[in-house]
Design a protein around this ligand. Structure first.
Ligand code: CU
Length: 169
């Protein structure tokens, strides 16, 4: 009888211990989940800096200089005002990091047809998809540290004509 009481007592002890442990784990999990929530930049923020860049069938952008302030959220809309399809007259906007050799990057881009002419590298700060005539797209990115940055269209043969400078103040 004494042994039975001891046995029941030890079972109860084990159950209560493991229960406590479970509770602790649950609380820890909750805490970590709260930490995971990240802040997001709201869409249509009045502080956004909007840029409209137009492109045409004659392989030009309407701007070869865009000036912005460092740290601003840039909302850039690229319009293709032409009529020719993406296969023959595709246009995009690719903003390159400082120090990236434009000619070398453009060469790599030509080989990346399956990826909309965006090479698999970390040399771009931001880029749009490739557009055909009549299409538009909008991207947003944070203006980098002050300096001058090159942007190009990476469709084969276009960057010689379709290029400009993003000046960050
Ligand atoms: Cu182009």
């Amino acid at each position: 009888m004494k042994n039975l009481i001891l046995f029941v007592f030890s079972i109860l002890l084990i159950i209560s211990c493991s229960g406590g442990e479970k509770k602790e784990k649950k609380e820890k999990f909750k805490y970590e989940r709260i930490k995971e929530v990240s802040e997001k930049i709201p869409i249509n923020n009045p502080n956004d800096f909007k840029v409209i860049l137009n492109s045409f069938d004659n392989m030009i952008y309407d701007k070869n200089k865009i000036e912005v302030n460092s740290g601003k959220n840039i909302v850039l809309t690229l319009n293709h005002k032409g009529k020719v399809s993406k296969e023959f007259m595709g246009h995009n906007f690719v903003l390159l990091k400082k120090g990236v050799n434009v000619d070398e990057y453009a060469k790599k881009a030509v080989l990346a047809k399956s990826n909309d002419y965006i090479p698999n590298s970390d040399e771009a700060i931001a880029y749009t998809k490739m557009l055909g005539g009549g299409e538009s797209t909008t991207i947003s990115f944070l203006a980098p540290e002050p300096g001058t940055y090159n942007y190009i269209c990476t469709f084969p043969g276009h960057y010689m004509m379709m290029r400009g400078e993003l000046i960050v103040n």
